[in-house]
Design a protein around this ligand. Structure first.
Ligand code: CA
Ligand code: CA
Length: 487
């Protein structure tokens, strides 16, 4: 190749090269534009796709929300229905230690014993429209029993007047209706436990007034079967014409600035009964019991139990010390019972009805020392019960128809409650019991003494039982340790 040819070739090459550069640039630009367009298209596609996906997601979420809403409404309806239905309960388990092993009766062979005092469930259905249903069974070692089973309706205009029908608390005084799980003392008073109020329940209808807008006055009055076979056969129905009217009128005042509240009430119990008895024993003052005999099975119309009661509860926040509560209650009246008991006369189970005038009262104080021991509650009660006010001291003589059940008792109780937490309570209580004494040889603890005349009384025969020797204060104090779980 010569020089000219080389030059031409280079020129061609240069031209070709120039053409090629331009071309490349254009192509690159076109490609870039195309890529941009593609990217934009892709982005648009992606965006559309994303929109679609998002819409799908939103729809899915909406669907889920709708589903959840349905579930929620369903759950809400279920919860609202369940809210109307409440279950509560408690169990009390205890160890009671008797001070004297020579006692006959409750602790004859054992100085101490474990027992299941109460084990209850309480089912309440509150429809929210004034209608309510309550059922409370009690399970103890030896039996199952219904403590409450009633329906109640409260009018909805003022929510003040209610009607209750079924097995329910006797509407008398304060301690009877006070819940067994919430009481500061572990047991109610002697009068309550040894009279017609024992067990606290009755069967019938009750009208009540308790206004949320006017809380200063409350009242309740009921018509019940009264004296029935319940204690003997578990039958709550009355065997004869029931005329048992019971009620309480109460006042309630709270002085919040002074940290003081006062509740008080006047109660009345009337139970007239046509009893089928063979005889009636009535105490004639200064003479002892007289027995009036009847033809077996003859109806006697005019035996009635009449009891009146007064109760007062006062709570006061003592500055720097803590909460103090005072509770006192007085019972007095005529009771138709049987020999050895002022509990409900149970008709056919007994052949003689005993008429006694009775009296009892208690004064109790409770202190919650907030500043020192916030979980501790200190309790004291003075409790006096006279099962027969027409006789006392040495006049209580088996030869005149009396028995140890005519003896009056004073019980001083000291106790401590430890609220371990909101559900668990431990109680330690000591009952110091002092009986009235009698000089009658018939009640000096020797079996067969009842047959001895006082004139020939020097002779001591038969088996001696310390628990029946009422010539002295019997050694019968009891220490009780109790645990309670409630929910
Ligand atoms: Ca007496
Ligand atoms: Ca004693």
């Amino acid at each position: 190749m010569n020089g000219r040819m080389i030059t031409a070739a280079l020129a061609l090459a240069g031209l070709a090269g120039a053409q090629s550069v331009e071309d490349t640039v254009a192509r690159a630009q076109a490609k870039a534009a195309s890529q941009k367009a593609t990217t934009a298209a892709n982005l648009a596609d992606a965006a559309t796709k994303a929109d679609v996906e998002q819409n799908e997601k939103i729809q899915a979420v909406e669907g889920k929300v709708d589903g959840l809403n349905e579930d929620y409404l369903e759950t809400k309806a279920t919860v609202a229905a369940l809210k109307k239905f409440k279950v509560g309960g408690f169990v009390q388990f205890q160890y009671a230690y008797a001070a004297d092993t020579n006692l006959s009766g409750g602790f004859s062979q054992k100085q101490g014993a474990w027992s299941l005092r109460r084990a209850r469930l309480k089912f309440t259905y509150d429809a929210g429209n004034g209608a309510q249903l309550v059922w409370q069974p009690n399970f103890i070692e030896s039996k199952f029993e219904t403590k409450d089973a009633y329906l109640q309706y409260t009018e909805q205009w003022f929510k003040a007047v209610s009607l209750r029908a079924g097995i329910q608390d006797i509407p008398f005084g304060y301690e009877i209706g006070n819940s067994s799980s919430g009481m500061e003392l572990i047991e109610r008073s002697q009068y309550e436990n040894n009279s017609v109020f024992n067990g606290e329940k009755t069967l019938g209808i009750l009208a009540g007034f308790n206004s949320p807008t006017f809380p200063y006055v409350n009242a309740k009055v009921g018509w019940f079967n009264g004296q029935t076979q319940q204690a003997v056969t578990g039958d709550w129905t009355a065997t004869q014409d029931p005329k048992n009217i019971v009620g309480r009128v109460g006042v309630s005042f709270a002085f919040n600035d002074a940290g003081l509240s006062i509740d008080a009430g006047q109660s009345y119990f009337y139970d007239s009964k046509i009893l089928t008895v063979d005889s009636l024993k009535e105490n004639i003052k200064g003479r002892g019991y007289d027995t009036f005999g009847f033809v077996k099975g003859r109806l006697r119309n005019d035996v009635n139990t009449v009891i009146s009661g007064e109760d007062l509860q006062l709570t006061y926040e003592i500055p720097m010390v803590g909460g103090f509560k005072l509770m006192t209650e007085y019972y007095q009246g005529k009771i138709i019972g049987v020999s050895g008991s002022n509990k409900l006369y149970t008709g056919a189970a007994a052949t003689t009805a005993d008429v006694r005038n009775t009296m009892g009262f208690y004064v109790a104080g409770v202190l919650n020392p907030i500043n020192i021991l916030p979980q501790i509650q200190l309790v004291y009660r003075f409790d006096y019960y006279d099962p027969n006010t027409d006789v006392s001291g040495s006049d209580i003589d088996a030869l005149r128809g009396f028995s140890k059940t005519d003896i009056a008792y004073t019980v001083n109780t000291i106790g401590l409650n430890w609220f371990v937490n909101g559900n668990f309570k431990v109680s330690l209580f000591y009952d110091i019991k002092a009986n009235e004494t009698t000089g009658a040889p018939s009640l000096d603890g020797y079996a067969g003494d009842a047959k001895r005349t006082q004139a020939a009384g020097a002779l001591k025969t038969g088996l001696y039982t310390a628990a029946n020797n009422f010539s002295k204060n019997i050694d019968d104090n009891v220490l009780t340790l109790r645990g309670q779980v409630a929910f």
